[in-house]
Design a protein around this ligand. Structure first.
Ligand code: SAH
Length: 394
């Protein structure tokens, strides 16, 4: 077993069970890609077992803080069982569920989603990559399923020096599935969709949106960055008269349109626009269009803290346009999935957007990722999605 010795004082975050060791914290020691190492303090005390990643800034990702634990097939089966058992207790109103959420489930770099009877995994770290086969076998045993598709095509793999890999890892068959979320049917494709196929993290926000549309008697809805129409279906289910969905991905919009029909809604209640959101909002403004509810769920605009300033401006711009297009008494659901933009900063951005739009508004609710995307208390980096439900005073 190879040992990684930390510099004096660098053991503190590990003692608090933060699962990463950065390059700069290491005094000496090295290992192969994904190899299990013993991490110890400058005075030789055991701190953790972790996976070594020679080319990543995050040089070690911790598997376990227990000295007696062995990182073997049984270890992965234990961790996976615990993660799956949690989801069973959460009584999620969908058969599209995140079963494993990386570090926050004690499995750094590993993401596993279940869509009906299809599992989809992302191996986003050298350690997860190294143990892929044991993890795949354990996943099938723990879930009782037989089909596992690999979507290891995330950007983070490049940082770990790993090539993109996609395809069936266990079993095979069609990559298209239909899940049942909050009572709606949603088609997706695990090979072609974003992430593993769908944005499961927004499940509860979509459910809440349907209720809000109903309670507020919302008529005209604008769903920006609609992807495959999750919020569009929520609006239709809530009784909205008409929903306009905008996305710059043609295939995502085609699927959104298909999803509307799949749920038996009248296609005449919907308009789909394949365009840039900013440009569309400006055009609507020029045309004098207004909406009773607007959803703004942009992609990650701040990939890292270095992009923060530009991202903050981009969030403010689109939110200002959103507020301007909102009827008095209307609601804006606005999100940021940038980890670098904290809850407080996001609220400030939205507040200044409202101010610049000349709108008086109040927060009705705060939202975040659904509970099958937990955040380890020792791992605040895992927190990324935040949302505000904002009401424009009449
Ligand atoms: N709300 C969706 C998820 C949105 S993900 C859901 O509930 O499933 C963000 C979406 O923004 C993606 O579908 C992406 O294609 C789209 N997108 C990214 N940049 C865009 C832009 N400039 N204009 C319009 N859509 C954009």
């Amino acid at each position: 077993m190879k040992t990684i010795r930390l510099k004096p004082g660098k053991e503190r975050s590990l003692l608090r069970h933060h699962p990463w060791v950065f390059r700069g914290a290491i005094d000496r020691g090295r290992a192969d890609v994904g190899e299990t190492v013993r991490v110890e303090s400058a005075d030789g005390r055991f701190l953790a077992w972790g996976a070594y990643a020679p080319s990543s800034n995050i040089r070690v990702r911790v598997w376990s803080f227990e000295e007696t634990e062995r990182i073997d097939a049984a270890f992965f089966e234990r961790r996976l069982s615990a993660a799956v058992a949690l989801r069973e207790r959460l009584a999620i109103d969908s058969d599209g569920v995140r079963l494993v959420h990386g570090e926050s489930d004690g499995l750094p770099g590993l993401v596993v989603d279940r869509y009906g009877d299809t599992l989809v995994a992302q191996f986003g770290s050298s350690g997860a990559e190294r143990h892929k086969s044991a993890i795949a076998d354990a996943l099938l045993r723990v879930t009782g399923l037989t089909r596992l598709y690999e979507r290891s095509d995330t950007a983070v793999r490049q940082l770990e020096g790993l090539p993109p890999v996609t395809g069936w890892l266990r079993g095979d068959g069609p990559t298209a599935c239909v899940i049942h979320e909050n009572g709606w049917r949603l088609s997706l494709d695990v090979a072609e969709g974003h992430k593993t196929g769908y944005y499961l993290d927004q499940r509860d926000s979509r459910r809440d949106f349907a209720q809000l549309v109903r309670r507020f008697g919302v008529g005209e809805v604008l769903n920006c960055y609609s992807y495959t129409g999750g919020f569009t279906l929520a609006a239709l289910a809530g009784g909205a008269r008409h929903v306009t969905s905008i996305d710059s991905s043609g295939p995502a919009l085609a699927r959104a349109q298909h999803n509307v029909i799949l749920n038996g809604y009248d296609a005449a209640r919907c308009t789909f626009i394949d365009a840039d959101v900013n440009a569309s909002l400006r055009a609507f403004l020029a045309q004098g269009r207004r909406f009773d509810a607007i959803v703004l769920d942009p992609p990650k605009l701040a990939p890292s803290a270095a992009h923060l300033e530009r991202a903050a401006r981009a969030y403010k711009d689109v939110n200002r346009l959103g507020f301007k297009l909102l009827n008095p008494g209307g609601v804006l659901l606005t999100y940021s999935c940038s980890g670098a933009v904290g809850v407080e900063l996001f609220q400030k951005i939205v507040a200044s957007a409202a101010h610049e739009a000349g709108v008086d508004a109040a927060i009705l609710a705060r939202q975040g990722s659904a509970p099958d995307h937990p955040t380890g208390l020792a791992f605040p980096e895992g927190e990324y999605l935040k949302g505000l439900v904002v009401w424009r005073r009449p």
